[in-house]
Write a protein of this length. Structure first.
Length: 273
């Protein structure tokens, strides 16, 4: 790479046009005076390895979103323990030894909850059983959670998530059908779409100290609105997105990501939609 070429980064996925990551990372560059470029690039499932192989030397890192996180893990030359445990990587960084894969969703989720809540958390319910549920469940173990109840719309399709959570010896996991199941514990995490949040589910979450709603658009979701009205601690998907992006920013640039500047950019981008 010549000195005239700007360092490049971006987010890859499909779809990806809706991503807030460009707004967050660009705000970080502006706040710190870093001359870099960050773009959203649509990369269909099954094509990430080809895309990465074709990147020019000025590309220093990628944020990876659905449906490419497992592909990112498979193509990397080195992989962090937490990415392996989660079964997917949301971060690829170019190094002298090739591409390094990490999962900043895990520490990002820990930071997002700790920012809002410092009370006890031994039991948690996670609604939904996809890749995000696995990452957040593993993060909860670092917050002291030892028992996770996974409520799945189709328990038969929760095997990969259960396997990921069971890979952490600190966690005891049970899986139940979402419909009619009780929500238990100090923390309830929702990873399901807004359309699936019916009145019965919203009512069932009223006993938790913390409601972690990973959706950030549309906002507020029914669960988030009810949590705010009830006075529960509310952790948002934007909180998670910003904290994991701050950690990515550090890996990409070698500078600490400016949390408040990046958060403000995310809030502004959401408000303009």
């Amino acid at each position: 790479m010549t000195s005239a070429e700007r360092r490049r980064y971006g987010v890859v996925g499909d779809p990806v046009a809706h991503s807030l990551s460009p707004a967050l990372h660009r705000a970080g560059y502006a706040a710190l005076g870093i001359d870099a470029r960050y773009d959203a690039v649509r990369v269909p499932a099954g094509t990430l390895a080809t895309h990465v192989a074709g990147l020019r030397p000025e590309w220093g890192g990628l944020s990876v979103t659905a449906p490419l996180k497992r592909e990112a893990l498979a193509l990397a030359d080195t992989v962090t323990e937490r990415a392996t445990l989660a079964g997917g990587a949301n971060t690829l960084v170019r190094t002298e030894r090739g591409w390094a894969a990490d999962n900043t969703d895990l520490p990002g989720a820990v930071a997002a909850v700790r920012e809002r809540y410092d009370g006890p958390a031994g039991v948690a319910t996670i609604i939904g059983a996809g890749a995000t549920a696995a990452s957040v469940g593993l993060a909860l173990a670092d917050l002291g959670v030892r028992t996770v109840r996974l409520l799945a719309r189709d328990p038969g399709r929760a095997e990969e998530t259960v396997r990921a959570l069971a890979g952490d010896p600190r966690l005891e996991v049970d899986v139940l059908p979402l419909e009619g199941a009780a929500v238990v514990g100090e923390v309830v995490v929702s990873t399901i779409p807004v359309a699936a949040q019916d009145e019965a589910l919203v009512a069932a979450t009223g006993g938790a100290a913390v409601v972690f709603e990973v959706v950030y658009d549309p906002w507020p979701s029914p669960l988030a609105a009810a949590a705010a009205e009830r006075g529960q601690v509310l952790v948002s998907g934007l909180d998670l997105l910003v904290h994991q992006a701050v950690l990515q920013f550090g890996q990409f640039t070698g500078h600490n990501g400016p949390l408040e500047s990046m958060r403000a950019a995310g809030e502004q981008a959401l408000a303009s939609r």
